[in-house]
Design a protein around this ligand. Structure first.
Ligand SMILES: [Zn+2]
Length: 576
């Protein structure tokens, strides 16, 4: 009999691994170091450690593909919500690791809708999530974001880089210079340690910054001072991302977020892609019917958008589910921050990032008796129940915009239990109760479908071949749950969580603080195309070109994900 000093065997778990067609089969999972490995060929081989998981449910670690957890706007939110941080329950107290654990002390921190760095990592691990992507980092803020990532334990991480209102890019798009567009996107992703291009209200933030109403125009109105339109930005960046073979396509926060009647803009955004792959973020916030000039007409337009989505495989979405309660909205969409502050009379933070982006932060409370909030809650669920392909829709609350990521178990229960869903529906604004499609949608998600929308699909949509599955070569991120008839109870307190093969959570307790890695890309471009970018910096920026790129030393442990040719549709990714 041979015993490996590293081998860990998770024995007899009921395994969900939809990427490999495994749907609740009793199996063993073998881990060597930080990776999943095949069972040893030698039947006499013995693992150094065996974890008896009989009767427990095992899935890959959760992957959050759209949240806001690092960088200046998150810090602004932490500073402007002292009222959230004052109760004893909002404080996380430092302590030493339990005896036998490998890690050092667990650090102190604060909780609330925008937890401090260490608390964010601990809370994700406690929820069974082992990877998270911040969805909106201004290039100038990338250094700050990476420093906070390096201080956020227990998760692998990455970030999307804001470029939908970037002056250099809008000029290059308007001049119809696709090679320079491609080169700039490649250069910017490398310079920032970023993972994907992010568009936030393309062109509209610039409009708002220059004193115009971002809401008053459509995708084909030129942006003042620039020879381009929102539609051209969307189409050009989607095409460039495809040509650069980025693992994740362009990630789009569409124009007119939150406005009644914005579903038309969302549909036009989908059409503007002209078949290129794209991910539309927090689709719930972009699926509204009604007339902006007539109060009370706000309603759902999830059905026509879901119909289009279901028949266009180049598009993926995350939901941006709203949960009732208090949270903090934060966005690169300055115009939305301004709008919300006036709507709610709430305190407001706004920040202009030179030639690149904007930012708005506003506290918000979603109330079940509010017509608009009740619709927002219903529309997210309508999307999840109307989307026919779970591989193209990911669970998100756009943390913390629609609610904390800690609300995912509640959303899972709403999806898996139609009786519970009907019970909650009865408590919300009566007009939404009567008019929402929810009352007629009987669908209940299976555990396998939950596994897809919370880890397998987001990993695949991000192009992360080592995440979201349990095959040999996968990162050993494994979450083990105690099954329960109440899905919220099952998912909010995993029994064991492994990150890169290291036991982080056991029986709801944090066992050790470990650190993950930063995932980024390094797409190729012609170095000759860097010269005009350097000139642009010297002529316009407050920071010198040579000081702008984020040195790799800021990234902590990191891994460059390859830019290689991928299939054209989000669905076909399944076969890769
Ligand atoms: Zn977001």
């Amino acid at each position: 009999m041979s015993t490996s000093s590293n081998l860990l065997k998770i024995a007899g778990a009921t395994v969900y691994d939809p990427a490999h067609g495994v749907n609740g089969e009793v199996r063993d999972i073998w881990i060597d170091g930080g990776q999943i490995v095949a069972a040893p060929a030698d039947p006499a081989a013995r693992p150094a450690t065996t974890l008896d998981a009989a009767g427990l449910v095992a899935m890959p670690g959760g992957v959050d593909m759209h949240c806001h957890i690092v960088g200046p706007k998150v810090n602004a939110a932490r500073r402007m919500r002292p009222e959230e941080k004052r109760s004893p329950a909002a404080a996380l107290h430092a302590r030493n690791s339990p005896p036998g654990a490998e890690g050092g002390a667990i650090r102190s921190g604060t909780l609330g809708s925008t937890p401090s760095t260490a608390a964010t990592g601990y809370q994700y691990a406690g929820l069974g999530y082992t990877t998270a992507f911040d969805a909106a980092i201004a290039p100038l803020a990338a250094r700050h974001a990476h420093l906070e990532f390096a201080d956020t334990p227990c998760i692998d991480r990455g970030c999307f880089i804001l470029m939908g209102n970037n002056h250099y890019l809008m000029q290059a798009i308007g001049r119809n210079e696709p090679q320079l567009v491609r080169a700039f996107i490649a250069w910017l992703l490398r310079a920032t340690g970023g993972f994907a291009p992010k568009l936030v209200n393309p062109g509209g933030v610039e409009r708002w910054k220059s004193g115009q109403l971002a809401t008053a125009t459509d995708l084909d109105t030129a942006i003042d001072g620039f020879p381009t339109t929102p539609r051209q930005i969307i189409r050009s960046v989607a095409r460039a991302a495809a040509e650069l073979h980025l693992p994740h396509p362009v990630h789009i926060h569409a124009n007119h977020l939150g406005m009644p009647g914005n579903w038309n803009t969302t549909l036009e955004t989908m059409r503007a892609l002209e078949g290129h792959r794209a991910h539309l973020a927090h689709i719930q916030f972009h699926s509204y019917g009604g007339d902006a000039t007539k109060a009370g007409t706000f309603c759902s337009a999830a059905l026509p958008l879901a119909d289009y989505f279901n028949t266009h495989e180049n598009i993926s979405v995350d939901v941006g589910q709203v949960l009732f309660g208090a949270t903090t909205s934060m966005t690169g969409d300055s115009a939305v921050g301004h709008y919300l502050s006036r709507l709610h009379g709430a305190k407001w933070f706004s920040h202009d990032v030179e030639f690149e982006a904007g930012c708005g932060v506003v506290p918000i409370e979603y109330k079940p008796k509010s017509l608009i909030h009740a619709w927002q809650w219903a529309i997210g669920l309508e999307w999840l129940l109307l989307a026919t392909d779970p591989w193209r829709i990911a669970l998100s609350t756009d943390h913390p915009n629609g609610g904390s990521f800690l609300a995912y178990p509640e959303v899972i229960r709403l999806l898996m239990d139609r009786t519970y869903r009907a019970d909650v529906l009865r408590t919300i604004h009566p007009r939404v109760r009567e008019r929402s499609l929810l009352a007629s949608l009987d669908r209940e998600y299976s555990l396998s479908e939950i596994c897809i929308i919370t880890r397998a699909a987001p990993a695949r949509l991000l192009g992360l071949s080592r995440k979201g599955h349990l095959g040999p070569g996968a990162d050993a991120d494994v979450t083990i749950y105690s099954p329960s008839a109440n899905a919220a109870e099952m998912f909010q307190l995993p029994r064991y969580v492994f990150q890169a093969g290291r036991l982080v959570i056991e029986n709801g307790e944090l066992r050790q603080e470990v650190f993950g890695k930063t995932l980024h890309v390094a797409p190729q471009f012609d170095p000759a195309d860097e010269a005009p970018i350097a000139r642009w910096f010297d002529e316009h920026y407050s920071i010198r070109f040579r000081n702008y790129p984020v040195d790799e030393s800021y990234l902590g442990e990191h891994q460059s994900v390859d830019c290689v040719q991928r299939v054209a549709s989000a669905t076909e990714c399944r076969a890769t």
